[in-house]
Ligand binder design. Sequence first.
Ligand code: 6PG
Length: 475
Amino acid sequence: MTNQQFDFGMVGLGVMGRNLLLNVADHGFKAIGFDKDPGKTTDFEKSASPGTIVKGVNTLQEMVSQLSVPRRIMILVPAGKPVDDVIESLLPLVNEGDIIIDGGNTYYTDTLRRYQYLQPKGIHFIGVGVSGGEEGARFGPSMMPGGDLVAWEHLKPILESIAAKVNGEPCVDYMGKGAAGHFVKMVHNGIEYSIMQLICEVYDILHRGAGLTNEELHRLFTKWNEGDLKSYLIEITAEIFSQKDNKTDAFLVDMILDKAGSKGTGKWTSQIAMDMGVAIPSIDMAVTMRNISSLKTERETAAELHHPQQNQAFNTFFRDDSLVENCRKGLYTAIILSYVQGMAMLHTASKDLDMEIPLDNAVKVWRGGCIIRSTLLESFYNAYQKNPETPNLLLDSSISELVKNNIGSLRQIAAASALAGVPAGALMNALAYYDAYTTARLPLNLLQAQRDFFGAHTYERIDQEGKFHTQWGKA
Ligand code: 6PG
């Protein structure tokens, strides 16, 4: 097969790279993959479906020389310096017109920098967010390409055929200018953080609070996944509750240490939202909770000090007959509010960072393949079809109905958690966001007065244009 011309090359045959490239091959494209590790190239070739054309090589030169022109080369290595290193190694081997794709979870300004570096050299560089984990990569991910339009046109046939499909439509489309692809993927991950934290808080209410067993939780989440809450994250949560540990007789979830890891995309979402002046408190809280979770030893000491005996009345807050239904509706509402915040962030980024993100495309490609896929996305898609420019989905009449019909349940479970002392920060922040966003007059008139009092920062008036300053305390 030495003279074979390949359609698509992959640098990095780790879990994601290997599976994505096998997916490319399954769709009739000739796929060649590079990894320095011969074990990985062999594994890749061995896992190929019968009848597909694949090849694994251990030098970049071998890969580049066997690709048809313009070459389509995807990099799937850990984000950061490894991506720069691969680009530098590719540069002497590629030609003008070739396409380099970064499919990792890259910080968006790195993508902009690389685009600006490669454009004068005639190389089309494009950042593509890829979601769906191992299984998504293999059988249909959601993909978020942005930036170079020439690159997108060349990639479109391959990416459309390997993407997950919903209603026959591929879960890949153009996300906008510059680093929009990686930016949209980052916000996707921020929403992912928020939904995961919300599910954990509802688990805490139902398990530690109301005493539901893992078997009961398994049945409940399975049932929830048949209704409005239908989504990938609810589905896998249901499965997790039924998984037994293979080292003990316990359920595996009970044996897992409560310290959460992270790779940074949630934190970036919060940091950038702060810089842009956009409120995403549910995502912020999800990041914060992972940070607090890491303080295991301190938390154990603090628990002894602050609650030497577990609050006797703890369970009384969760005896309400409607608790389970309130959890379902409250979780549903808080999940909607997570998407609302993430989409509002994308709306602002689209303008402020000059990315021109088609928001309908973002929710469209999230309907299948990705970690945050859920039936809700269809409602958001419809909302953006009606008004693509809406700054906030809470301004859409159908979405506002969904929230108004269920917000009472979110109040109930947030209040019960507050009274019982169950940490439910993401549920509470979702509620706080909703209440603040839907309050016509916030008490921040007083805050403006305070700022003007001590710092002459001025304020605006409700009845006249302009900036005003008062000598406070003086008649
Ligand atoms: C996806 C996931 C994927 C990865 C997260 C995990 O869309 O497929 O988001 O990109 O699982 O980056 O992030 P943390 O390790 O930070 O939880």
